[in-house]
Design a protein around this ligand. Structure first.
Ligand code: UDX
Length: 453
């Protein structure tokens, strides 16, 4: 099939590349000339495992091309994916400017039948707006080509994007026309392997599905963060509680990890947008408002624990962190990405700096992105995580990169001025660390309920 994907961000680039991988002819379009020039040379603007190799191979085999010429790409393609950004507007609602600009451009260049697919996460009703804008352009041109607008939300996770796309849990297709439904099914059939995981529904339900999925996952995380905070106060251990409840098949184990709060390009934005959409309908989505507030507070938990710890040591009670150096492991909002959007590390580090601490941070991939935020206000390392420990007063783990999971604790203890660890992702066994002489602060794990597996 001939496909064009407009927008080469995370979703667009991964989708375009994976569609090429399954044999389609794909042209990826972006307004950013530098980005397109780079992609033609195999320079990937984001860090995503496996993506670079796949882009280079499919480009070399001629199935994947990159262009800034939207008109030519639309003319040459049957299926046109809109995968541009929907940044939050000031009131939290998704800003549809880029999506509707692309829709207008498609309407002004199409010649013949087109399938237009909303791949960006867009509020319920956007497909209708896209349809209206395209039709306006056709009317303005005095032509009358047929087209269908489909909602096909993307559920891929950063850091596992290729796998999520190639082996999806499900593909949701919102469509109101049988012919287009068949074509979309054909497009996705190579990714279905043994079982058909395609779920066809009406367009509005598909748009809602994406928000409901992200809102549900964010709710689980905030819920678990509050349970953790309560465990801490009650002398229970949230890791044991998580095992205990996750074994109930109605609950399951995933997305029940307490920590430093959720970040990224989706959860914070989509939760806000759904609250806003609800308001527009005159409905108060109380639960989601609380989910967001809990998350904002949770991001402040690590610096608060650090402050509390150092207030106790008698040094300069009014500004206990003045003159202290805190080493931070992990900057990106989650492992296996260099994405810093809404990363809890931003809140953690800004607070530590505001309290007068010096900060040194390690991250295997996100240093370049982090420099855009912190500049030279902190020190960085992307090589060995031990580099930043010498003489630091404490280590705080904010993102759970694999290389932090089983570190050389003796080396950590030797390097730190005092062996104190703030484990913002509950990576370590509190008892073992205490035995080794560390002062250990986890999330929701102060109690004695820890069950060693
Ligand atoms: C998410 C959705 O998972 C994906 O389906 C959607 O398409 C886009 O948004 P992503 O933002 O890439 O994907 O990251 P995800 O792995 O879901 O993590 C989001 C945030 O939640 C991270 O900050 C992570 O650290 C946090 N998280 C996740 C927790 O704090 N606890 C958990 O148990 C799981």
């Amino acid at each position: 099939m001939k496909i064009c994907v407009i927008g080469t961000g995370y979703v667009g680039l991964v989708a375009g590349t994976c569609f090429a991988e399954s044999g389609n002819t794909v042209v990826c379009v972006d307004v950013n000339e530098e980005k397109i020039a780079g992609l033609r040379e195999g320079v990937i603007p984001i860090y995503e495992p496996g993506l670079k190799e796949m882009v280079i191979r499919n480009s070399a085999e001629g199935r994947l091309t990159f262009t800034t010429d939207l008109a030519a790409a639309v003319k040459a393609s049957l299926v046109n994916f809109i995968a541009v950004g929907t940044p939050p507007g000031e009131d939290g609602s998704a800003d549809l400017k880029y999506v509707l600009d692309v829709a207008r451009a498609i309407g002004s260049h199409m010649e013949g039948f087109k399938i237009i697919v909303d791949k960006s996460t867009v509020p319920v009703g956007t497909a209708d707006q896209v349809r209206r804008v395209v039709q306006e352009e056709l009317t303005r041109r005095g032509v009358n080509y047929e087209f269908d607008v489909v909602s096909n939300p993307e559920f891929l996770k950063e850091g596992a994007a290729i796998d999520d796309f190639m082996k999806p849990d499900r593909v949701v297709i919102g469509v109101d026309n049988v012919r287009t439904a068949e074509l979309m099914k054909e497009l996705y059939s190579p990714f279905m392997r043994k079982t058909d995981r395609m779920i066809l529904m009406d367009v509005r339900s598909a748009e809602m599905t994406k928000y409901a999925a992200n809102a549900m996952l964010a709710t689980r995380i905030s819920f678990m963060n509050q349970i953790a905070n309560l465990c801490e106060r009650m002398g229970a251990d949230v890791s044991a509680v998580r095992e205990g409840i996750g074994s109930d098949s109605r609950i399951g184990y995933d997305f029940l990890y307490p920590g430093a709060g959720y970040g990224g390009s989706c959860f914070p934005k989509d939760v806000k947008a759904l609250v806003r959409t609800a308001e527009e309908c005159g409905y108060d989505f109380m639960l989601l408002k609380a989910v967001e507030e809990v998350n904002e507070r949770q991001k402040m938990l690590i610096p608060e624990k650090i402050l509390r710890h150092f207030s106790g040591d008698g040094a300069g009670a009014s500004r206990p962190l003045a003159g202290k150096t805190i080493a931070v492991w992990g900057l990106s909002f989650k492992p296996r990405t260099d994405d810093m959007r809404e990363a809890p590390s931003i809140v953690v580090i800004e607070r530590l700096l505001a309290e007068g601490a010096s900060v040194r941070a390690h991250d295997p991939e996100a240093v370049r992105e982090a420099q855009k935020i912190f500049g030279d206000r902190i020190l960085y390392s992307s090589s060995s995580p031990y580099d930043i420990l010498a003489g630091a007063d404490a280590l705080a783990i904010v993102t759970e990169w694999n290389e932090y999971r089983n570190p050389d604790f003796e080396r950590i203890a030797e390097q730190l001025k005092t062996p104190v660890i703030f484990d913002g992702r509950n990576l370590y066994n509190p008892h073992r660390l205490k035995e080794m002489g560390f002062v250990y602060h986890g999330i929701g794990r102060n109690g004695s309920g820890f069950v060693e597996k």
